[in-house]
Design a protein around this ligand. Sequence first.
Ligand SMILES: [Zn+2]
Length: 126
Amino acid sequence: MKRPEKVCANPKCNDRITDYKSTRRKFCSTPCKNSYHHNKKLEEQEDSIANERAIKRLKRFLKEMQELEIESFKFKRDSYFFDNVVFPSQKLLKLDNGDKLYVIRFDNILINIDEKTNLIKIIKHE
Ligand SMILES: [Zn+2]
């Protein structure tokens, strides 16, 4: 039985796959499949390096803000500065006055992000 024609799932290839046994086949050839997965891995590594750099830059920035005693600032998520930042997960912090606040820790600096206003607050916490 003739199967419907498929296109190779490797975006750099896009060859047509006309003759295949398994319907689950996604790539035109094994080398093509391997190269796709290899490239994907490289891209993921580049993303995580970019994220690491962005986090480092952010930590430096937060430290400066703290030294200047700037307590909060607004940020643009799609700005160059924050574009590559994948924020670490938030943790619930109990403040001295009993209030609870979601914070993200960068070394010894805690911040709170208001998702609605994109306001970053630097939390004073001993
Ligand atoms: Zn291919």
